[in-house]
Design a protein around this ligand. Sequence first.
Ligand code: GLN
Length: 500
Amino acid sequence: MSATDLLRLSAAELGEKVRAGETTSVEAAGAYLDRIAEVEGDIHAYLHLDRETALAQARAVDERIAAGEDPGPLAGVPVAHKDVFTTEDMPTTAASKILADWRPPYDATVTARLRRAGTVILGKTNMDEFAMGSSTENSAFGATRNPWNPDRIPGGSSGGSSAAVAAFEAPLATGTDTGGSIRQPAAVCGLVGAKPTYGGSSRYGLIAFASSLDTPGPIARNVLDAALLHEAFSGHDPRDSTSVDAPVPPVVEAARRADVAGLRVGVVRELGGEGYQPGVQQRFQESVELLESLGAKVVEVSCPSFDAALAAYYLIAPSECSSNLARFDAMRYGLRVGDDGGRSAEEVMSLTRAEGFGPEVKRRIILGTYALSSGYYDAYYGSAQQVRTLVKRDFDAAFENVDVLVSPTTPTTAFPIGERTGDPMSMYLADLCTIPSNLAGNAALSVPCGLAPEDGLPVGLQIMAPALADDRTYRVGAAVEAALAERRGGPLLSENAYAV
Ligand code: GLN
């Protein structure tokens, strides 16, 4: 097979060909590494690449298969891994100067399961520092570009992962979603991204941002590939105290089933309308009509507390981050500044944190510390937690009458690099539609639903389901994907400038 043919295969197809002996893991990894060498100068999706380590993993997978082992459907398939998961054989930085060159002593559970499944980790992907951001511009190591238009952001915080997959520098990628960081970058890069049910995928070895919200999940070019990756690394983990001890929902089966006949779909009134980009609204409306034409029963649903979700999130997430990031103290790991023998530990900590953290991370630590301080705790953190309960109740009430809820994934398409960096509030608004599912902990997925007519950039449809009903999001996503591909006469992604 030619290298281009290999790159064009879906992850599912590539895995099948490796198992059937039609290609090898080494050949697939080589094709992707060459592709990375070709386009990485334009895209900057990766923070760490090491050809030899990747090829050594690929050789080991080929040996496992030759010895009669069957690691599963993704054996031999390369993966781009977000640089927030620890990896024993590669640095892990969370795109922060404070962790530059840090080599973790252990693998995250997600990493270990990727290896067990026989996937090959090509490298570590760029992100907003500590996953705080919506554009990947908060990386300490430079921005990533959107393959659809290199002057635009690839979304964030998992923007290296989304750009890598959209530029065919990887067939699959991992991400983490605390307020939207998988669904939003997937949406603005024309990809599928899923935020599993909170606790459905392990946080062990994931550098913490906001522990009650952080959720690892897949980014892929199509729904079935996302489901395969979801299944490969999810499931109960005794090393994560908030891990759910329940079977992984049947997401792969659901992606193959792809039917919505009789399904009750709720359109969330609060997520859409005024303030949304017209082309986003238009494609969303068409998706709703498409679902109806496929036999779904569509109703409008009101979730009034969603209006306060963004504000509550920007108290809860910074509060948790202010506590989680206290561990970067110049003593235990990473950067140490000013340790000249004459300074106190406190001075060294302060100098290190001043130099090691970027402006957005500092803003959040200050905000969170303030919100948690005595005298303000009840007014800020306490009321944010009450809003969180109300958001959860809105979901519960909605799911009594519908099977899934839908909305646009983001209010706009990918915005120009630099446009929102001076205005944190406008940056935060990128996650308006995704945050409610993080607060409630339920499952959600974004699937491409067309290009906005005004700028030719991808639009995402968000599908939300109750906790542990992740399979429903895949079922609906796959149905939309199939119907749209049929209408267009091919996949949307082929229109992107970096498609092969
Ligand atoms: N953009 C949101 C934030 O900045 C969400 C980030 C995320 O999901 N990691 O907090």
